[in-house]
Design a protein around this ligand. Structure first.
Ligand SMILES: *Cc1c(COP(=O)(O)O)cnc(C)c1O
Length: 399
């Protein structure tokens, strides 16, 4: 295979995971839907089985689709290139990816340290202790003091869902003193941030969001070193949280346009955020590009831009937020994010409902807060839609 290291990220996004096309004589990747593979040579089959169950990335025979799938492996190889890691391991959802990280971490220690806010179900999973590992909640400046011999992992999310607060990854890695740091980088994508450059060990994405980008695949992926990848593949083979090959095919198909999508959405988001901040129905806008979130300066040092998500607080609380959800016509009132189309949702009523009320309050998840994922439509059309929805909310309040 042709080596493609040293190329720019835009080029990698187009060519990674496709290095053998010339050899195969194809222009699009083959989609392999096999659940099982013929074993003509039992010795080769047995050795392959042992290797894959043991967490190897590939073997002479894939044996069974829970152990290996070539289409999934292509997407993993491409994503690893974009994150600057040797390996990536894909799962059936972002939560399956997070579960696998916690199960693998559970072999190394008894608890994780986690910084809030996190995506609602990440918070819920960590708080529940469901996977046998407990969670100690800390502030970033409390990490160093909280680390002990039983700390298996430090979990952070930056930008954080839904407040868009940023966390200094390098500072967290220093404070963790050798304990691996997991960064949920879903909001940033590899286009805007590579957490391993700042010392992170595990980079997690809900691939359902920007990586898929078209609202038609649910998936998760963890970019990491070979040692962690081996542990994660062992967990995946044993627990079966697989990504279906069609999902992997669609994710891989989307990577070449990831950079275009992320940058266009970000350009739109800056304009929308500025207009929202001036609208009389809006009390405040949390967007790194306005400097209105924690550690906003990291948007241009740790990140290559503020991204395309923002949260904004309506005057008039829950009723006003609900009225906006009801009034948008171009934007879709729905959970999820990172799609080519604009999505707007209510964290307290939907995504962060599984977070306890006290934590919601402390994290600024108020009844009037809406989260906006700006798409790649024309910014003026988006603004016209939002403006009429904000006006409708104000009239509903006045009536
Ligand atoms: C959506 C999301 C997840 C969970 O991913 P699923 O694919 O829905 O399981 C995890 N982290 C963040 C930041 C998310 O936005």
């Amino acid at each position: 295979m042709r080596g493609i290291d040293g190329l720019h990220q835009d080029t990698l996004a187009v060519h990674a995971g496709r290095e053998d096309f010339a050899e195969l004589g194809v222009h699009a990747p083959p989609l392999d839907l096999s659940t099982t593979y013929p074993v003509r040579n039992l010795d080769v089959g047995t050795a392959s089985f042992d290797a894959l169950v043991g967490g190897e990335a590939a073997a002479a025979n894939p044996i069974y689709a829970r152990l290996h799938n070539p289409t999934v492996a292509r997407f993993e190889a491409a994503l690893a290139k974009l994150e600057g890691t040797t390996d990536a391991v894909a799962f059936g959802s972002g939560m399956a990816a997070m579960s696998a990280c916690l199960l693998a971490a559970g072999q190394r220690g008894k608890h994780v340290l986690a910084v809030r806010p996190l995506y609602g179900t990440n918070d819920h999973l960590l708080a529940s202790g469901l996977l046998g590992i407990t969670t100690r909640w800390v502030e970033p400046d409390g990490i160093a003091a909280a680390i002990d011999a039983d700390t298996a992992l430090v979990v952070i999310e930056t930008p954080a869902n839904p407040t868009l607060d940023l966390i200094d990854i390098a500072a967290v890695v220093r404070a963790a003193r050798g304990v691996p740091v997991l960064v949920d980088s879903t909001f940033a994508t590899p286009v805007l941030q590579q957490p391993v450059d700042f010392g992170a060990t595990l980079v997690l994405h809900s691939a359902t969001k920007f990586l898929g980008g078209h609202g038609d695949v649910i998936a998760g992926v963890v970019a990491c070193n070979a040692e962690w990848a081996k542990a994660l593949r062992q967990v995946r083979a044993a627990t079966g949280g697989l990504l279906h090959p069609l999902g992997a095919y669609l994710l891989h198909r989307g990577l070449p346009t990831l950079g275009l999508r992320v940058l266009k959405a970000q350009e739109n988001a800056q304009r929308i955020a500025e207009r929202l901040a001036r609208h009389p129905a809006v009390a405040k806008v949390c967007y790194p590009g306005l400097g209105t979130v924690a550690n906003a300066a990291l948007a241009s040092t740790q990140m290559r831009g503020p991204g395309s998500l923002m949260a904004f607080e309506m005057h008039g609380g829950h009723a006003a937020a609900a009225a906006v959800m009801a009034a948008v016509r171009l934007a879709t009132p729905a959970v999820s994010l990172g799609s080519v189309d604009t999505l707007i949702q209510h964290p307290a009523g939907l995504t962060h409902r599984v977070v306890d009320a006290d934590t919601q309050r402390r994290c600024g998840i108020t009844p009037g807060l809406l989260r906006l994922s700006v798409g790649i439509e024309h910014a003026d059309d988006l603004w016209a839609d939002l403006a009429q929805a904000l006006d409708a909310a104000r009239q509903a309040k006045a009536a």
